[in-house]
Design a protein around this ligand. Structure first.
Ligand code: URA
Length: 243
């Protein structure tokens, strides 16, 4: 899972290093011996694995939620009401990934329950002829960013191991990345969503289809037809007939 770009790798390493140093401090250790300092400075390569390692130890989704705990791994925890972990079928064929909780999700602790969420539910039920409980829904970050700003790279780096493990545990056949932020994060691309959408991408061996975010569709309903094209591609991939 070591496909982070240099900026993201640095953010992961910095977060992980800070967390290690905080643990030393909590244990009453104020000064590190030279060898430990050298090992800590060497951390970047191993810390990506270690960051995932904590989440990677989870054998199922409830256990992963326990490991996430009352998360304080990044500053987004300071402004959140509730952690929005993820919801749905642990064996889903389709896993949706959004950006991060909005106001409604922050209050209710469930992804996509506001107006954009209602539109996503329509896409699932009316478009895909599935129930919301049939799919799995998660976000890149699990706490609401202040004023719904984009999550910062270090916040993504702290949270992403949990999304990666959610994906590994659900093992969906298809991931649908909702909107620019989720698509660019998962695909590791700076290309605009208008270019990413409608094309299949590979996410560590899983087919990934980016499409427009439901919140964008609320503002630009004319682009719903493009999302329907993307959903039809997904249904074809799943072997489900779409007219
Ligand atoms: N937007 C997102 O990206 N995720 C949610 O859970 C809600 C709105």
């Amino acid at each position: 899972m070591n496909t982070l770009d240099p900026r993201q790798r640095l953010a992961v390493a910095a977060t992980s290093l800070r967390s290690s140093l905080e643990q030393y401090q909590a244990a009453g250790i104020q000064v590190l011996p030279a060898a430990t300092r050298a090992a800590a400075a060497d951390a970047p390569d191993t810390e990506v694995a270690a960051g995932h390692g904590e989440a990677g130890a989870a054998v199922n989704l409830p256990r992963l939620r326990e490991i996430l705990g009352d998360c304080r791994r990044c500053r987004l925890s300071q402004g959140r009401t509730r952690i929005v972990y993820g919801v749905g079928n642990p064996d889903a064929d389709v896993l949706f990934v959004g950006e991060g909780p909005g106001r409604d999700e922050d209050l209710q602790g469930e992804p996509f329950v506001g107006r954009a969420g209602q539109l996503l539910t329509d896409i699932i039920t009316k478009g895909m002829k599935l129930r919301r409980e049939d799919v799995y829904i998660a976000n890149v970050v699990k706490c609401r960013p202040p004023q719904n700003r984009d999550p910062e790279p270090d916040e993504v780096a702290s949270c992403e191991p949990f999304l990666i493990r959610q994906i590994e545990l659900v093992k969906p056949r298809v991931i649908i990345a909702l909107g620019k932020f989720a698509a660019q994060t998962l695909v590791r691309s700076a290309a605009p969503i208008s270019r990413l959408r409608g094309q299949w991408h590979d996410y560590h061996g899983i087919r990934l289809m980016p499409t427009f975010h439901p919140a964008y569709l609320l503002r630009n309903p004319g682009d719903k037809r493009l999302v329907w094209e993307d959903i039809k591609s997904v249904l074809r991939e799943l072997g489900t007939v779409a007219e």
